[in-house]
Design a protein around this ligand. Structure first.
Ligand code: IFM
Length: 451
C-alpha cells in the first residue's frame, strides 16, 4: 500500500451539542436542538444533548485521552448560543472562557485545534426571528464569527464555517427529521440554504480580515459519493456525472452546495430542476465564492453507479448481503478513493476528510475492554482507499475519524456509538476501545501499518 504524504494530519472529530452537555449552564442560551428534543417523536430514545458526554466538565480528561491516542489534531465545534445566548448582541464570558481553556489544553497537549463554527445548534432566539429563512442570518453568523475569531485566532489557525448544510437545511427544513423540524416547500428550503451559503461567505471574510495569524479556512459538507460499478471508462464517466448532476429535487446534490463556493455559480441543471427560486441579489455569489484553503469532506458511504442505456448514470443495487454498520449504512471503502478523486478533478482544492467512521453495537466485555474489530476493519479498508487516492496525486491533507468518543447521534439519540472511545452515560467513564489503540499505531506509522 502506498504511504500517506508527509505532513498528513491525523485527527478525530466531535461536535458541541453531541458531547458537551451543560445545556443552559453558566449563562448559555438554548439552541433549536433543545426544543426539538422535547418533541415526543423527535429522538428515537427520547433523549437529548442536555448531559451527553458532559465534556464541558470533563474536557481536561478528554484532552488527556486525545494525547493517549496520539492525535495530532482535534476537530470540534463551538456552540453559538453558549457564547452568545441570544445569538446576537451580548457575549457570555463564561461560554467563551470554556473554549479558551479547551484551546489552551489542546495546545499544551500538542494537539492542533480545528474549529467548526456551526455544527447545527442554532440559537433559539434567532430561530424565532426567522432562523436561516431570514436573510439577516448571514450577518448574525458573521458577527458571531467575529467574536470567536477575535478571542481564539491568536492560537487557532484552522477554521471550518458550516458542517453539512445538506443536513441542517435538508433534514432540518425539508424532511423535519432534524431540528428545527420544519417541512417546508422547496422555495423556502432553498432560500434558507442560500442564506446559509451567504453566512459561510461572510464568515470567511471575517476570518481573513480579523485573524491574528494567517488562517486556513474551509467548510465541511456531506460528500455524497458515487462509486463506478466497474473499471470500465463508461462506468467511471457515469459515476462522475452522477456525482455532480441534478436531475430531480433533492437536498444531497453536491454541485448545489459546492459549485457556488468553488465555481461561483449555482449549477444550471439545478436551477432548471428547482426553478427560479434562489433569492439571489447582486454580489451574493462573490460573497459566497471566497477562496478557500481546503474542502472538508464528510464521507461515510457511496452509491454504486453504472453506465445504463445511452450511458445514462444508473444506480446499481448493493451486492446482496453487503456489510452494513449499525446505522444500516453499506460498507463501501471505495468511497474514500472515488469521492476525493472526483472532487479533486472538479474543484482542484486541497481536501481534508473531516469525518469518516462507523457506528457499531459496542459494549463493555467481561474483561472490561471494548472490543470493536469491525471498526478497525472498516477504518483500515477506507484508509487504504484514501492512500490509493493520495498516491495518484489527489491532494488530501488529513483525516479526522468520526468520532473521538460515543455521543448523542441526533435523531438516533444514544442508540448509535461512533466513538474510538466508549462512553458510559451513567457514570461518564471513558474506555478507549481496541480501535483507539489501533488508530494510535496508524498515526504513529503515518498509515504504514495499514497493509
Ligand atoms: O454524528 C454525525 C455528525 O454530527 C455529522 N456527520 C455525520 C455523523 C454521523 O451521523
Amino acid at each position: 500500500m502506498p504511504p500517506f504524504p508527509e505532513n498528513f494530519t491525523w485527527g478525530a472529530a466531535t461536535a458541541a451539542y453531541q458531547i458537551e452537555g451543560a445545556v443552559g449552564q453558566d449563562g448559555a442560551g438554548q439552541s433549536v436542538w433543545d426544543f426539538f428534543c422535547r418533541r415526543p417523536d423527535a429522538v428515537q430514545d427520547m433523549s437529548s444533548g442536555t448531559v451527553a458526554c458532559d465534556h464541558y466538565h470533563h474536557y481536561r480528561d478528554d484532552v488527556g485521552l486525545m494525547q493517549e491516542l496520539g492525535l495530532q489534531a482535534y476537530r470540534f465545534s463551538i456552540s453559538w448560543p453558549r457564547v452568545m445566548p441570544a445569538g446576537i448582541g451580548s457575549v457570555n464570558p463564561q461560554g467563551l472562557d470554556f473554549y479558551d481553556r479547551l484551546v489552551d489544553a489542546l495546545l499544551e497537549a500538542n494537539v492542533t485545534p480545528y474549529i467548526t463554527l456551526f455544527h447545527w445548534d442554532f440559537p433559539t432566539e434567532l430561530y424565532f426571528r426567522g432562523g436561516w429563512l431570514n436573510r439577516e442570518s448571514a450577518d448574525w453568523f458573521a458577527d458571531y464569527t467575529a467574536v470567536i475569531v477575535d478571542r481564539l485566532s491568536d492560537r487557532v489557525r484552522h477554521w471550518m464555517t458550516l458542517n453539512e448544510p445538506q443536513c441542517f437545511i435538508g433534514l432540518g427544513h425539508r424532511t423535519g427529521y432534524h431540528a428545527p423540524g420544519l417541512t417546508l416547500d422547496w422555495p423556502d428550503v432553498l432560500r434558507a440554504g442560500h442564506h446559509a451559503m451567504l453566512a459561510h461567505g461572510k464568515a470567511v471574510q471575517v476570518i481573513r480580515a480579523r485573524s491574528k495569524q494567517p488562517a486556513q479556512v474551509g467548510f465541511a459538507p456531506v460528500g455524497s459519493t458515487c462509486i463506478p460499478a466497474s473499471a470500465d471508462p463508461a462506468d467511471i464517466a457515469a459515476a462522475r456525472s452522477a456525482m455532480f448532476s441534478i436531475t430531480r429535487p433533492d437536498i444531497w446534490h453536491n454541485s448545489w452546495w459546492f459549485d457556488p463556493i468553488f465555481l461561483g455559480s449555482y449549477p444550471e441543471d439545478g436551477l432548471q430542476v428547482f426553478g427560479d427560486v434562489v433569492p439571489l441579489r447582486s454580489g451574493d455569489l462573490t460573497t459566497i465564492s471566497q477562496p478557500l484553503d481546503f474542502l472538508g469532506l464528510n464521507i461515510y458511504r457511496g452509491q454504486i453507479i453504472q453506465a445504463g442505456a445511452d450511458d445514462t448514470p444508473t444506480e446499481v443495487n448493493y451486492p446482496v448481503g453487503i456489510g452494513r454498520t449499525l446505522m444500516d449504512w453499506p460498507v463501501t471503502p471505495e468511497a474514500l478513493y472515488w469521492g476525493p478523486r472526483f472532487y479533486w478533478e472538479r474543484y482542484k482544492t486541497p481536501m481534508l476528510i473531516t469525518e469518516n467512521g462507523c457506528s457499531i453495537s459496542d459494549w463493555v466485555a467481561l474483561d472490561g475492554g471494548v472490543h470493536d474489530p469491525q471498526r478497525i476493519d472498516f477504518t483500515q479498508r477506507y484508509l487504504r482507499e484514501l492512500a490509493r487516492a493520495c498516491a495518484e496525486g489527489v491532494d488530501v491533507r488529513g483525516y479526522f475519524h468520526w468520532s473521538l468518543m460515543d455521543n448523542f447521534e441526533w435523531a438516533f439519540g444514544y442508540t448509535q456509538r461512533f466513538g474510538l472511545v466508549y462512553v458510559d452515560y451513567q457514570t461518564q467513564q471513558r474506555i478507549p476501545k481496541d480501535s483507539a489503540r489501533w488508530y494510535r499505531t496508524v498515526i504513529q506509522s503515518n498509515g504504514a501499518n495499514l497493509d
